[in-house]
Each structure stands twice: as C-alpha cells, then as structure tokens.
Design a protein around this ligand. Structure first.
Ligand SMILES: Cc1ncc(COP(=O)(O)O)c(C=O)c1O
Length: 354
C-alpha cells in the first residue's frame, strides 16, 4: 500500500472522484456532453472561444512546470494558488476532530486557518529564536503524532531558509507516519535551495509552489503541489472538476518559456538590488531595532514602536503587514520590496516620522 493510501483520511480513501465530462474524456467532433453553450460569449474576438470547459487538469502546464522544477509531470498537480494545495492536503489526510498538523511559528497563517476551518487540531513546534531555525527538540514534545508537518522555506514572515539536513531528518523521522510539506512560495528568490529534487527519494516529502510571487502572477491564481504520484493521484480525486481557468493556464505556460523564466530571473535581481538599498537605509533609522536577513522579496523589521510606525505610514498611504500578533514578533512589521519609487516613498516617510 502506498504511503498516501495508508495516511489518507478514512472519508477520502474510498471516495470516487467526480467524473466530469472532461475527466471522462472521449474524442469526437460534436461535444454534447457538458451543457456548454455553442455560441461565443459577449464581445469575444472570433479566435477566443471560452464557451467550453477547460481541461480537467492542463497536462501541458504540468509538463512545463515539471521541466522547470526538475520533475516528471506525474509529480505535479496544478492548483488555484498554493493556498488550494494547503487545503487539499489537509482535507485528503486529516480527519476532523481526530488528526493534527504541526506548524512552526512564526509562519504563514493559512496552515493554521485552513486546519481550523476543517476542525483539524493544530500542534506547535515553534522555530527557535533568534534565527528562526527549525527546532527538532520541539517535535519530541508533541502530544501526538501528526499527519502533516507544514514548513515554510524560505519562511514567511521571517525570510530565512530552514536548515536542509534538519528538514530531511524530520522527513526521515516521520517517514511512515506523516507528510512533511515544504512551502516554497518564495523559492525563486533563492534558487538552488529547493527540496523538489529530494521528492523522488523521500516518499513523504511534498513541496508547494506558486506563480504569485517571483513570477508576478498573483492574479491568475496558479500554484503547484509537487509530490510522489500516489499523493498527486489522491489530491486529484478531491480537486474541483475544472480547477484551472484556460486563460490562467495560457498565461502560466507563457511565463514558463525560456524567455519567461529569464524575465523572472531579471526581475528577481532588480528586487535584490532594491532590497539591499532598503536594508541599508532602514538600518540607519533610529526607529529601527533590527532588520532580519532575508532570502525573499520582503524584510522583517523590528521597530521601536510598530503600532506607531504602522499607523503613521498608513496615514501616508503606505500599508505594511503587521506581525505584532505573531508569537515572538512583538513590534515587528513585514515590508514587501516594491519598485524603487515605492521604496523611496517609504524611506522618505520613515525618515520624517517623529
Ligand atoms: C508562504 C506562502 N505560501 C503560500 C502563499 C499563497 O500563495 P498563492 O497566491 O499561490 O495562493 C503565500 C502567499 O502570500 C505565502 O506567503
């Protein structure tokens, strides 16, 4: 029995996937099986025919993304953003009021939120201050064995990478009992540090990806789950019948061409130049206590008084992400690296703050 079958939630094990018209397939010349309209939509150019449902899961996109990530297409599931991947994993493996996930705070809040929405217990193995490293000891004191462990690499909101051997050791520790999920939403900002190529040798390792960050495509809602084919097959049972809109798949395919990837690489370098400048300038300000090193397109900053800073900037139209509520992040704000003009406005405003 595969690990995915062994760990699948009882209610999912025998679930038969909804057989949508596209999923059943069939090659013909007159498709009368999906109650679509035969006519183009209002004011659509001739060649844009949106009246048909999209592919169940766009194969060309899985193949293209697989090539980009160094995996075969059967290791790739396209989702509506990485957030849908989190939701599918929790639903596929966790039984409400029975199973648990582990989160390593401070981290991305959606793991916690989605687990709670599905009545799945949340256990905590906090990252170790001051560097926010993975803390293997924290896992030894968990009350029960989890089904899923969510790691974020590089971590949001702290910006650091997790120790690679500690992550792999955790996967080894849970190899029969839980999936270790590495959320790599920001991995394009630190190429070379991905866990994707470890998946084939580590059956309980799952990687989440997105095109929302470095690829500048948050609006098209494209993410990916990278995992062994048994996991992908289980998640594909649960995903909505026609999850990926055609326009999104097309835009994503274009961004994954060689030219598209080179363009993304160039934007990343631009963001890094801006980030270095902002980091230096922030460190010169009296209101700033610490700027954390970041492998991403954002900076975590410890301010003297984050509430005052947040409010003052908001009054001037600059909106940051307040991290004050997160464990260990009192008086911290997260700053996304925008373009040079955005960042000059921020720095000018902070320099004038009293
Ligand atoms: C760590 C992390 N994972 C996942 C996501 C969600 O990405 P998507 O837009 O692909 O749903 C985000 C978005 O901010 C994120 O920061």
């Amino acid at each position: 029995m595969s690990l995915a079958d062994k760990l699948a939630a009882a209610q999912i094990k025998d679930l038969i996937a909804y057989q949508s018209a596209r999923r059943i397939g069939g090659i013909g010349n007159n498709y009368l099986n999906a109650n679509e309209s035969p006519y183009p939509a209002y004011e659509m150019p001739e060649q844009e025919t949106w009246q048909r449902y999209p592919d169940f899961l766009p194969n060309d996109l899985a193949t293209k993304y697989g090539l980009y990530a160094g995996l075969q297409s059967d290791y790739v599931l396209t989702t509506r953003g990485a957030d849908e991947g989190i939701d599918l994993l929790i639903r596929a493996f966790c039984e409400p009021k029975q199973d648990s996930i582990v989160i390593c705070q401070p981290t991305y809040a959606m793991y916690d939120f989605i687990a709670e929405a599905h009545q799945v217990e949340i256990q905590s193995a906090p990252l170790a201050a001051p560097e926010f490293d993975l803390d293997p000891k924290a896992f030894n004191s968990l009350a029960k064995t989890p089904k899923l462990v969510f790691l974020c690499h590089p971590n949001n909101p702290t910006g650091n990478l997790l120790n690679k051997s500690a992550v792999l050791a955790l996967a080894e520790q849970y190899k029969e009992e839980a999936f270790v999920i590495v959320d790599e939403a920001y991995i394009e900002f630190t190429p070379g540090d991905s866990f994707a190529t470890e998946i084939a040798n580590t059956p309980n390792l799952v990687v989440l990806r997105t095109m929302s960050k470095a690829f500048s495509l948050a609006a098209i809602r494209i993410g990916f789950v990278l995992a062994n084919p048994d996991v992908i097959a289980l998640l594909a049972k649960l995903i909505a019948p026609y999850p990926i809109p055609d326009p999104s798949a097309r835009i994503a395919l274009n961004a994954l061409t060689d030219m598209g990837v080179s363009y993304m690489d160039a934007q990343r370098e631009r963001i890094f130049v801006t980030k270095m400048h902002v980091e230096k300038k922030l460190n010169e300000l009296a209101c700033v206590k610490k700027v954390y090193p970041s492998a991403t397109n954002f900076l975590l900053v410890h301010f003297e008084d984050s509430q005052h800073t947040f409010d003052y900037l908001a009054e001037h139209g600059i909106i940051l992400r307040d991290q004050n509520h997160a464990p260990g992040l009192e008086n911290h704000l997260r700053i996304t690296i925008g373009d040079d003009a955005d960042m000059e406005q921020l720095l000018d405003c902070l320099a004038l703050m009293r």
